[in-house]
Ligand binder design. Sequence first.
Ligand code: AMP
Length: 443
Amino acid sequence: MSLKIYSTLSRKKESFKPLKKGKVNVFVCGPTVYDFSHLGHAKTYVQFDIIVKYLRHLGYDVFYLQNITDIDDKIIKKSHETGEDWKELSKKYKEFYFEDMNSLGVDSVTKYASATDYIKEIISQVKRLLEKGFAYKISDGYYFDLSKDEDYGKLAKRTTLNAEDSVSRIDENDEKKNPGDFCLWKFKKEGEPSWKTDIGEGRPGWHIEDTAITEKEFGSQYDIHGGGLDLIFPHHEAEIAQMESISGKEPLVRYWMHTGFLNINKEKMSKSKGNFSTIREALKSYDLGILRYLFASTHYRKPLDFSPESLENAKNSYERLKNICENLDDDGKLNEESLGDFEEAMDDDFNTPKALQVLWKLVRDDKAKGKYQVIKKIDEIFGFKILEKTKIELPQELKELADEREICRKNKDWKKADELRNKIKSLGYEILDGKDGWEIKKF
Ligand code: AMP
């Protein structure tokens, strides 16, 4: 089987064929940096990290681009609330975001592109939309004219907002030609950051930041665009409208991929609802491997019902898996059959839960040869770190018992040595006698 990807545009799984043989351009919407990232963000970014790592495993040369929204209404609002300069504020949270991604093992991104570094490209896009008659000017900025775009709605299959969308209102102004028209360039308002340009002083609208970035980095068409499903409308729909109107080329993106929400009590985890756990808080109690295991156990398009129990279940499964894997020896062979089963699961629209079943089956098969090499490949893609030996900080009492036992062994006092072994066992550890002294493993 070869790779199939479900595209939101066609609502079908389609055979994957990149625009240029062997090369894949992937763009995923990055965060708006005005607060700490939460576990909902972690789900989306870890799942895309696994997807990109799998594409690279298949041999594709992947350029994974992610934007950072570092100018936006939410940033300005927070800066007004806290009194912190908007630039300092967005810079600070951008750094926190990078730290969080690093702690989660998300290291597949080729380039992070901050919107404020693309003002020239944004202006160029607004101008071209004006020249082609797709945009117009009113008192507070330039807007996209939806009546000029018959295709608007082809991704979301709708043209109006509903509850799951990431915005609740589309740039309000009574002068707009059509209710859904969205802003491309917002004219300067008192107390807001702005750039002096030849179309007027102001700042970019949200949607045009992304098309300006992708046009500069990839050109007017590319392979994969991802994000959470709250971005389908109006954000991704607007991106299509902007870029296809400018270039006259369709489709802007060949495969549109959207992740399902991480929910809490059936509600999307979000900053605005206040029902969130930050990534850094969660990582204080749970390893990156546990969080990544939790996200890999749900298909990326499906919602994940998050609860303390779901985390504990992931922790238990992960620790069982790691306990077996970190003690495996490499026999230098590769179990082709299992690798084939893994690839078959992943080729089916990145079916990570099924791929995990393949991993468990292999791990449990006592007779299988070439396990280690397959597990290593899967581990590199999933980023679990299950082959890394866990460093356990032994309690002082345990070290003393082990040292005492070592002395007994040297003195050939086997009875006392056995008693001490049993004492260590009763504390939940196993003592092994290696040639360089004792080694202790947790049960
Ligand atoms: P934001 O900074 O809120 O615009 O979100 C950045 C990315 O994280 C977008 O792709 C969102 O769709 C995604 N995201 C936000 N909240 C969640 C959630 N609860 N579950 C899954 N993805 C989310």
